[in-house]
Design a protein around this ligand. Structure first.
Ligand SMILES: Cc1cc2nc3c(=O)[nH]c(=O)nc-3n(C[C@H](O)[C@H](O)[C@H](O)COP(=O)(O)OP(=O)(O)OC[C@H]3O[C@@H](n4cnc5c(N)ncnc54)[C@H](O)[C@@H]3O)c2cc1C
Length: 373
């Protein structure tokens, strides 16, 4: 099968690149094994100190709205993290002390949200907290294994008005309400409707994975890519590449067997260790599809920091590239391959980290590919 560009990895970086190339009239395929970092996404993009027009337009085309305001975000374990560019339904607060008294509402049987941790974090900010529970319909309570973020979000998308009624009944003299972020999977307007129906400041706090706003973002980007005519080979895995001289000719995948994917350009958006874009054993770290050069410490003792709360050096490891993001094999660049997103680790700090790195490097590769045509 022949395409203009084949992209390996359907996370944020791969989808942004795929959508941009399809919009420019390219014929592309994305091959992606499955789960990616968006499924764990907080809803705020790291290292984005502005909302580039190009990104806003791309996301708007997919039905994803962003908002930009510097502030803090309440994380699942009750700590606050600075955030700026975020999905529209993600609550950003100008400062951690957003209310005097807060009602934190859990859900019976839902184990991925911790009202008591949140209360501890908020009380450190001087906020008086009370915790209580929302009621679930009996049909849901009967099958506790089903009480996960996505199931709850599907149900609440249809019954958000009942949540509003319950919160109004539970509210005493609190001027703030904290709810788990399990609203707006299929209808992103639900969080705002809930906010408007409750006479207190409503904050949606992140839950443990999976992340409802992250899953929604992934689904909308994938749908947009396919509407634009992109070929999304989900559940497949790129296995190895045929390289001639300094160019990649084709990539074989697990499902397509002998039918290799051929293209003029290839984009490696396979993520870091978390997504198996990078692999390791006790002796080495490697990139499995192309056998690219990887920047990592030869001394294995330097891979980890004994203090788990600190940054871990292995998270900085990534494939080596030249200035144009062509990855290197034995020091020499592959001219029609680009590495983007978290497979780069922290090898290109000037391009940011997290979501910012994924978006910037995806646009960079797209521009290079379009220029080369
Ligand atoms: C748990 C977690 C939470 C995070 N939260 C945030 C956050 O809130 N905000 C933020 O800005 N950043 C966050 N990040 C950083 C995150 O890495 C980036 O934001 C960004 O989403 C990474 O996108 P990516 O496309 O580069 O990689 P990924 O999202 O990792 O996607 C890579 C994809 O490639 C696929 N793949 C791998 N190898 C192959 C192969 N051989 N063949 C086919 N497919 C393959 C994987 O299955 C995966 O689907 C988080 C990271 C993690 C790990």
């Amino acid at each position: 099968m022949r395409f203009d560009t084949v992209i390996i990895g359907g996370g944020l970086a791969g989808l942004v690149a795929g959508i941009s190339l399809q919009q420019a009239g390219h014929r592309t395929a994305i091959v992606s094994t499955g789960q990616n970092a968006l499924h764990f996404f907080s809803g705020s993009f790291e290292s984005m100190d502005e909302a580039p027009e190009r990104l806003k337009t791309l996301f708007a085309g997919a039905g994803i709205r962003l908002h930009y305001s510097a502030g803090v975000r309440l994380m699942p374990l009750g700590i606050f993290r600075e955030a700026a560019l975020s999905l529209e339904d993600v609550s950003l607060l100008p400062e951690p002390c957003f209310a005097d008294k807060v009602l934190i509402l859990g859900i019976p049987g839902y184990l991925d949200f911790f009202p008591s941790f949140l209360a501890e974090g908020l009380e450190k900010q001087g906020i008086v907290c009370r915790t209580s529970m929302l009621n679930l319909p009996e049909s849901v309570r009967e099958s506790p294994a089903e009480i996960r973020s996505v199931t709850l979000a599907r149900m609440f998308d249809r019954n958000w008005d009942r949540v509003v009624q319950q919160v109004r009944l539970l509210l005493k003299d609190e001027d703030g309400v904290v709810l788990p972020q399990v609203f707006g999977l299929e209808d992103p307007s639900v969080p705002e409707r809930i906010r408007q129906g409750i006479p207190a400041r409503v904050v949606f706090a992140g839950t443990m994975p999976p992340s409802v706003p992250g899953i929604r973002t992934q689904l909308l980007l994938k749908r947009r890519y396919e509407v634009l005519g992109g070929t999304y080979l989900g559940g497949d895995e790129a296995l190895e590449a045929r390289v001639e001289g300094d160019s990649v000719r084709s990539v074989t995948t697990r499902n397509l067997d002998r039918h290799a994917l051929e293209a003029d350009h290839f984009v490696l958006a396979s993520g870091g260790f978390f997504s198996k874009g990078l692999r390791s054993n006790p002796f080495r770290v490697w990139e499995p599809v192309f056998g690219l050069d990887v920047a990592y410490d030869e001394d294995r003792n330097a891979w980890y920091n004994d203090n788990f709360a600190e940054d871990q050096p292995y998270m900085n490891y990534g494939v080596r590239t030249d200035e144009a993001l062509h990855p290197l094999v034995e020091g020499r660049p592959l001219r029609n391959l680009y590495a983007i997103g978290s497979v780069l680790g922290a090898t290109r700090p000037e391009l940011g980290s997290g979501g910012g790195l994924a978006i910037r490097t995806a646009f960079h590769a797209v521009d290079e590919i379009l220029e080369a045509v």
